[in-house]
Design a protein around this ligand. Structure first.
Ligand SMILES: [Zn+2]
Length: 638
């Protein structure tokens, strides 16, 4: 019986870099928001994914393919295999986290089903290559063959790192070998329309030690941006094929594709010690954060092509901000944090976790936001538990989508979230995200154990108790989130200590029993947009701790969000549930009208007769949970 708690159970395991990630057997969430979301994920979402994919025939597709049965009956889009793989990855992390024998057994059976569809030469995809189906590799732009292969590799890596055996790894290696044979240095000079294989090949290299997989990932990264894909109605930028990766200045095109590619490029750069490539991605990321990112961390402001728009084009009501882009953003920022040690990347992880990832799943873990708007004008529809949404942008949380990429993506992140909280280096341990958890790891100096207890983000106090210490000097580092810089306090056994700019550092023998308390300022605060973001000029929003706040008007209340304005001078008071209380003016008259009845006039709208009301802003992640509602993050100022 393989150990369910192998030491390598981490979602990314770079061979080089400033920081070493702590694995799922070194960090355990014990309580609080993320522990709760992880429980719901394990108890409800995984079952939800299994039952929907079985009902839709996406698992049966593998069995049919193995029997060379009737491909014409295959149901779903050409990339449904990838949803099974992402689901398998989520189950593998959940098995690593909990040690559940039932989950491991389920994964073994699923591996047998998936493996039965694998061809003699290693090729594996249920939608291509059989009589009545398109030829293998005949549609690299849209066929998602390499994309699906990538997710299979990631599922196998998760399964192997969980110490659960080699059933998935054996399938994945044959797939990867076939990809390398076909697309290697002397093979077909092409890339996939949807990046994903790059990061997956590097992780498979990290798990197996096979250098060929890393070389192939590097080839795919270098080949991108050289026009090997056919013209696209949205332009070559849609698949990031407009410009070589190392020459680009900013992320563009389809947001999820761009972020997966960037994550893969970081992986390649780290393993090949290519500082130029790493610097290029860092520059693109900084420019993207500075000009193309919503206050929630959401990315992609165009529904049409699920894409980044030009700089400063960040309309609140047309925010696409796909949940998958949030997950991919976490993957990228985490890789950059490991590579550089720069705390700003952990700030980005936090923003994305609280405001995109935690926003998507409904309370029951069986409905999800696909797009994450910042302004819902029409009341959301309540989810029909049996319903499948054909649209994948806007509206309320839905149980399923024709394209259901976001659901297993959230599931695999939540199941492996313990692996994104803390890191170590030769000197000590770094805590990046705050949640009640137990940490235990081995440093060169010896073993360190920590007990972290906090009611974060409802309260800003983080109490860290050393439970095990090496007996030599070591260092404990705690990130000071960007929103609390200059206002954080640190005590060690009750004695106040200086706090650095973005990190609170404690160094010494720190024996067992040492108590370190970091106090962060979670008072609500106004947040103003860059004046170049035309869509929200003259508006303001509020944040509290890591949470972006919003005004959520459940249908049936008499608050018309189109008429609300806030007086910033009136201030913000903390409210229960992690929100803030604010005084708003409700305008009697939304605007002028000209003689033609158009919503324009020669005089500005006036505020005479405005009614003052006190309302609660709530964390954005909580919106739409009490029924059908309208919502806005950005509020016009009075
Ligand atoms: Zn998605």
């Amino acid at each position: 019986m393989p150990s369910p708690h192998a030491r390598t159970a981490a979602p990314a395991l770079p061979g080089h870099g400033r920081l070493r990630p702590l694995t799922l057997d070194e960090v355990h969430l014990t309580d609080g928001l993320w522990h709760h979301l992880q429980q719901v994920n394990g108890e409800a979402t995984l079952d939800h994914l299994r039952s929907w994919t079985e009902r839709l025939g996406w698992v049966q597709a593998f069995t049919d393919a193995s029997a060379a049965g009737t491909p014409a009956d295959r149901r779903g889009r050409e990339f449904t295999d990838s949803e099974i793989y992402k689901y398998a990855e989520a189950v593998a992390w959940e098995a690593a986290r909990t040690g559940s024998p039932a989950l491991l057994e389920h994964l073994e059976k699923l591996a047998a089903t998936v493996g039965s569809a694998q061809a003699e030469d290693g090729y594996l995809h249920t939608a291509f290559g059989r009589p009545g189906q398109p030829e293998r590799w005949s549609d690299l732009a849209f066929g998602h063959e390499l994309y699906c292969a990538g997710h299979l590799l990631q599922a196998a890596v998760a399964h192997a790192r969980s110490g659960a055996g080699e059933a998935w790894l054996q399938i994945a290696r044959r797939v990867a070998d076939q990809v390398c044979d076909r697309f290697g240095p002397d093979g077909v000079q092409a890339v996939c329309g949807h990046p994903e294989i790059e990061t997956a090949l590097v992780e498979l290299h990290r798990t197996t030690g096979e250098p060929r997989y890393l070389q192939q990932a590097a080839l795919f990264v270098e080949r991108r941006g050289r026009g090997t894909l056919p013209p696209h109605e949205f332009g070559a930028a849609y698949f990031l094929d407009d410009e070589p990766v190392r020459e680009a200045e900013v992320l563009r095109g389809h947001a999820v594709r761009a972020l997966y590619l960037a994550a893969g490029a970081v992986d390649v750069a780290v393993e090949t010690e290519d500082t130029e490539l790493l610097q290029s991605v860092l520059t693109q990321w900084q420019n993207t954060l500075a000009r193309r990112t919503y206050v929630t961390g959401g990315m992609g402001s165009r529904h049409q092509d699920e894409a980044f728009s030009d700089d400063w084009v960040l309309p609140a009501d047309r925010a696409y901000a796909e949940t998958c882009a949030g997950v991919a953003g976490v993957m990228l920022a985490w890789r950059l944090l490991l590579a550089t040690g720069d705390a700003r990347h952990a700030d980005v992880v936090e923003r994305l976790l609280y405001n995109v990832v935690a926003t998507s799943p409904g309370d029951d873990g069986r409905s999800f936001f696909y797009a994450n708007t910042l302004h819902q004008r029409t009341p959301t529809e309540l989810p029909d538990p049996e319903g499948e949404s054909l649209a994948f942008g806007g509206g309320g949380r839905q149980p399923w989508f024709e394209v259901s990429c976001c659901l297993p993506n959230v599931a695999r992140l939540l199941a492996s979230l313990d692996g994104y909280l803390a890191t170590a280096d030769d000197d000590g341990v770094q805590l990046h995200q705050y949640a009640s958890c137990d940490v235990a790891t081995e440093l060169p100096a010896g073993r360190v154990g920590l007990q972290v207890r906090t009611r974060y983000p409802d309260e800003g106090s983080v109490v860290v108790t050393v439970t095990e210490a090496p007996g030599w000097d070591w260092t404990l580092s705690l990130r000071v989130p960007s929103w609390s810089r200059g206002r954080a306090r640190l005590t060690v056994d009750g004695v106040e200590q200086a706090v650095g700019h973005d990190t609170a550092v404690v160094h010494g023998s720190l024996p067992a029993g040492t108590t370190v308390v970091l106090e962060l300022d979670t008072a609500p605060r106004w947040t103003f947009p860059d004046t170049r973001i035309d869509a929200v000029r003259g508006c303001v929003t509020a944040q509290r701790g890591p949470d972006v706040l919003c005004l959520d008007a459940t249908t049936g209340t008499d608050l018309d969000l189109d008429r609300v304005a806030v007086d910033v001078a009136a201030g913000l008071a903390p409210a229960d549930g992690g929100g803030a209380q604010v005084t708003v003016q409700v305008r009697p008259d939304a605007g002028p009208r000209d003689g033609d009845g158009l919503p324009y006039g020669e005089a500005p709208a006036h505020l005479v007769g405005s009614e003052q009301r006190t309302v609660d802003l709530v964390p954005y992640r909580r919106w739409g949970r009490t029924g059908s509602s309208t919502m806005r993050v950005w509020l016009p100022t009075a």
